[in-house]
Design a protein around this ligand. Structure first.
Ligand code: DNO
Length: 393
C-alpha cells in the first residue's frame, strides 16, 4: 500500500518537510480555501501539486472534493453545482490526480462528543458518548420527535445530566459536535460562525422531506452525471462511509453497512464509482465485520483509511489503538494487498500524546499520535509483505 498522510495545506502546522522524515510517500489533501461548490481551477490545483512535488512527495488523493448540500437534497442549484463538480474533476484528472474521496452524509460529516477522552496512560483520543449525544439532540437542539430515537433508560440519563450540566459544558458539547469537528473538513459550520445551533437547525430542515430512498436516488443522479468525466480522465471516485455508520438526528444515512455499499456500487456499476474503505467508521457499527466487507469490496476500493474503534455497549465507541479494536488492520492489509495491491492508505486519526495537546492540531489529526500509528501500520505492512513473498498467504 502507498503510505499517505492527510495534510491540510500550507497552513497546516505539520509541514511537508516533517512528513518526508517519517516515511510518508503520498499526500492526501484538498483546496481547503475554495468555498464548497466553486470550481477548482487547473491553475490552483497545479500550484499546490508543484509545491507538494518540490518536497519529493506526490499528491495522491483528494480528500475531499465536497458535495454540496443542494446536490444531496436535490435543490434547484443542483444542476449548476454538478457542472462545477465535473469541471473540478476534469481539472484534477488533467493534473494527474486520479483518486477523489467525498461523502454523501447530509448536514454533518463525522460525529464525536469528546475530543480528548483520557486514557489511563495519559494520552487521549476521540470518543462518542451516546447519552451526551442524546442530550445535544433532545435538550439543546430540541429536535421534534428526537425522544423516539432513544430508550427510556437513555432519556432518564439525559434528564439526570440536565440537572448537573453547566452552561460552559453545554457550549463545549455544541462546539465539539457541530463546530470543531466540521469546519476544517469543509463542513457547513466554521469556527466563529454566530449561533451554530440555529444554522444547524436550518440545515436539518432542508432534509424534512428526504428519506433514505430519496437520498439514494440523489446519490445515483450525482454519480451518473459525473461518471463520463471520470471515464474520460480516469478519475476514481470513492465515497467515505457515514461516520458513525448508523442513523442519527432523523437524517437519512446511506453508506453504513454491506447492503448500502452493495446498493451504490450496483446502482452505478462503473469501476470509477468506488469506496473509501474507512475501517474506523465501519468498525464503529457492531453490525459491520471489517474483514468480511474488505473481502467483498476490495476490488471496488480506491482508498483505505486505517483506523480502529472499539464499539461499546449502549452505542458508545472509542477510537482505539491501531493495534486493537474492531478494525483488524493487519487482516485488512492482507486482504487489500492480495486483492487490490498498492492502494493509497492513510492512518486515520491518532491519539493526542507527548505535547500534541498544545499545538492546536485539528481534532484527530495529531502529529505524534499519527506518527506512532503509521509506525505500527508499517510494521503490519512489513509482515504482510513477508508473508506474500514466502507464499504464505
Ligand atoms: C474525518 C474524516 C472525514 C472525511 C470526509 C470525507 O476525520 O474522516 O471528514 O474526510 O467525510 O468526505
Amino acid at each position: 500500500m502507498e503510505k499517505t498522510w492527510r495534510w491540510f495545506g500550507k497552513k497546516d502546522k505539520i509541514s511537508l518537510a516533517m512528513l518526508r522524515q517519517i516515511g510518508v510517500e503520498g499526500i492526501v489533501t484538498a483546496l481547503h480555501d475554495i468555498p464548497n461548490g466553486e470550481v477548482w481551477t487547473l491553475e490552483a490545483i497545479e500550484d499546490l501539486k508543484h509545491y507538494i512535488d518540490s518536497f519529493g512527495l506526490r499528491w495522491s488523493v483528494v480528500e475531499s472534493l465536497p458535495v454540496c448540500e443542494a446536490i444531496k437534497y436535490a435543490g434547484p442549484e443542483r444542476k449548476q453545482l454538478i457542472e462545477n463538480y465535473k469541471v473540478s474533476l476534469a481539472n484534477l484528472g488533467k493534473a494527474g490526480i486520479k483518486t477523489v474521496c467525498y461523502n454523501f452524509m447530509p448536514v454533518i460529516d463525522w460525529i464525536r462528543t469528546d475530543l480528548q477522552h483520557l486514557w489511563a496512560d495519559g494520552s487521549s483520543s476521540l470518543y462518542f458518548d451516546k447519552m451526551r449525544f442524546a442530550y445535544f439532540d433532545c435538550r439543546i437542539l430540541q429536535r421534534e420527535e428526537a425522544e423516539k430515537d432513544y430508550t427510556s433508560e437513555e432519556l432518564e440519563q439525559v434528564s439526570a445530566l440536565d440537572k448537573t450540566i453547566t452552561e460552559a459544558e453545554k457550549e463545549v458539547l455544541i462546539d465539539t459536535i457541530i463546530v470543531k469537528t466540521q469546519g476544517f473538513v469543509n463542513g457547513n459550520i466554521k469556527e466563529g460562525d454566530k449561533n451554530p445551533v440555529n444554522i444547524f437547525k436550518s440545515l436539518l430542515a432542508l432534509y424534512k422531506d428526504i428519506d433514505r430512498d430519496a437520498l439514494r436516488e440523489n446519490m445515483r443522479y450525482f454519480l451518473t452525471a459525473i461518471m463520463p468525466v471520470c471515464e474520460e480522465y480516469d478519475v476514481n471516485m470513492c465515497v467515505h462511509p457515514d461516520d458513525p455508520p448508523f442513523q442519527m438526528l432523523g437524517l437519512p444515512r446511506i453508506v453504513t453497512c454491506e447492503e448500502d455499499i452493495d446498493w451504490f456500487l450496483k446502482a452505478v456499476d462503473n469501476p470509477h464509482n468506488g469506496l473509501t474503505f474507512c475501517a474506523g467508521s465501519l468498525s464503529a457499527g457492531e453490525h459491520n465485520d471489517t474483514r468480511k466487507l474488505a473481502e467483498k469490496f476490495a476490488k471496488r476500493t480506491h482508498f483505505v483509511h486505517l483506523r480502529s474503534t472499539q464499539a461499546m455497549p449502549g452505542g458508545n465507541f472509542i477510537e482505539s489503538s491501531h493495534l486493537e479494536g474492531r478494525g483488524h488492520l493487519t487482516d485488512l492489509i492482507r486482504i487489500f494487498e492480495k486483492e487490490n495491491p498498492g492502494l493509497p492508505m492513510r492512518v486515520d486519526h491518532g491519539r493526542m500524546m507527548l505535547g500534541d495537546e498544545d499545538k492546536g492540531y485539528n481534532p484527530g489529526y495529531s502529529f505524534h499520535g499519527r506518527m506512532l500509528a503509521l509506525a505500527q501500520v508499517e510494521g503490519m505492512m512489513a509482515v504482510v509483505k513477508d508473508e506474500l513473498e514466502k507464499g504464505l498467504i
